[in-house]
Ligand binder design. Structure first.
Ligand SMILES: [Zn+2]
Length: 125
């Protein structure tokens, strides 16, 4: 049961990792990070749903844009994987598990995730 829980946290972490890559790319360029759909920085083609699945889309597309075949930097994949691992690591640190889940644990976990998110965004800028 906990293995599934940690797998879910890993997947949520990869989604955050995907957002981190988007944010660190767009914030210095003063681009919208919430309302503008993801696009290829080379051909500007809007990315489809399947192109947005962290890790898997990179692997299925063999690290290339579906539309222009420009190589996607491996750091995007690495950051998604590291974010997933970080979400699991933080869960271990606060002993976050399904058996004795409580509001303090959820608050601790959420605070650490927010803290890490701000650190990542601040370090890049
Ligand atoms: Zn492209």
């Amino acid at each position: 049961m906990n293995l599934f829980f940690y797998l879910v946290l890993f997947m949520i972490g990869t989604l955050f990792g995907s957002f981190y890559t988007l944010a660190v790319y767009r914030i210095p360029k003063r681009q919208d990070i919430i309302h503008t759909h993801s696009y290829c920085p080379n051909c500007n083609h809007k990315l489809g749903f399947l192109d947005l699945i962290p890790i898997l889309s990179y692997l299925f597309l063999k690290g290339k844009c579906r539309y222009c075949e420009e190589k996607i930097r491996p750091r995007y994949l690495i950051l998604e994987i590291l974010s997933g691992m970080l979400f699991v690591l933080i869960a271990f640190l606060v002993k976050f598990n399904l058996e004795d889940l409580n509001s303090i644990m959820i608050a601790q976990y959420s605070f650490l995730i927010l803290y890490v998110t701000f650190i990542i965004l601040i370090c890049r800028n």
